[in-house]
Design a protein around this ligand. Sequence first.
Ligand code: MN3
Length: 382
Amino acid sequence: MKKLVILGSTGSIGTQTLEIVKDKKGDFGVLALAAYSNVDLMEMQIREFKPSFAVLFDESAASKLKEKVSDTDTKVLSGMDGLLEISTLDECDMLVAAMVGMIGIQPTIAAVKAGKDIALANKETLVTAGHIIIPLCKENNVNLYPVDSEHSAIYQCLKAQDKKMVDKILLTASGGPFLGRKYDELKDVSLKDALNHPNWAMGKKITIDSASLVNKGLEVIEAKWLFDVDIDDVEVIIHPQSIIHSMVQFKDNAVLAQLGLPDMKLPIQYALYEGNRQTMPERKIDFFSLSKLDFLKPDHETFKGIKLAIDSYNRGYIYTTVFNASNEIANRFFQEGRIKFLQIYDIIEDALTLNFDYCKTPSLDEILNTEKEVYDYISTKY
Ligand code: MN3
């Protein structure tokens, strides 16, 4: 039985991970669960999965939870200390890193240092600290299994292939709910419009990131780190039907693709089983009901998310933190109704004018300090 520590258990990936744990009875045990502040769902998960530990990052939510589950054997912890403690538990076999945002960096690094395999859904971690995490994984013989659907697809396409013969990673993108619109047509889009993703049911943050294509920008950098390719060798292809989850083009011009209906269960399950196939009860593709598959070039003038990500990466790794941190804040401000959709780009562009020339390969402390500096800068200005 593989013992899991799940960071972000109340989110979209976390709850689907627990569904798989339930379906595959006996294959997995839940050692610890962590979430930001959702007391009620965490209580239900504790009662159902009986973890030894549960963490709520928010202190007051954690004390509420502590009272509610005082009749159980689950020990309740809080804050970053709690996350770090459960990520390095001796009995842990795999860390499912599915928290949203840069909060996942420290626990993920701690788990890697403790030699834990990682199922990685928290792309922000790799985007901002890939230059630290990837070498650290090699050093500690840690396997990193991508949960992001595109990266799982690429991982599957690369299996049993000669990595030296990779020509290009072809990263597909649905284009989100605003596909086909021009810049001026996005001025007054609402939160509800942005959350109306055509194909994928996901958490709010990533759904908005998909609408701005910032998510795809983050995924380009994520692919660069996961598959050790040049960032220019990752090409984004808009594929509105989300049937092809990504492709790899080889130097003999062969292209391998992974297809499936848009369903995160497959990439999650594939990661939990360390890249081994298992049965899946969900729906299968009916090729005869697919009328066509479309492929389009991204409109970088309207959706600046990809370009901003690549530019920040090329300027020095610290700017991936600036890019990501400013987007996290802008994304939250948009959810709170404080800014308009297109201001997400303005805020990122504004943050990227800050000067952090001191570090091309920042340390963890420099990343965390820069994150804080960007948060403060944006919060006081907007
Ligand atoms: Mn994705």
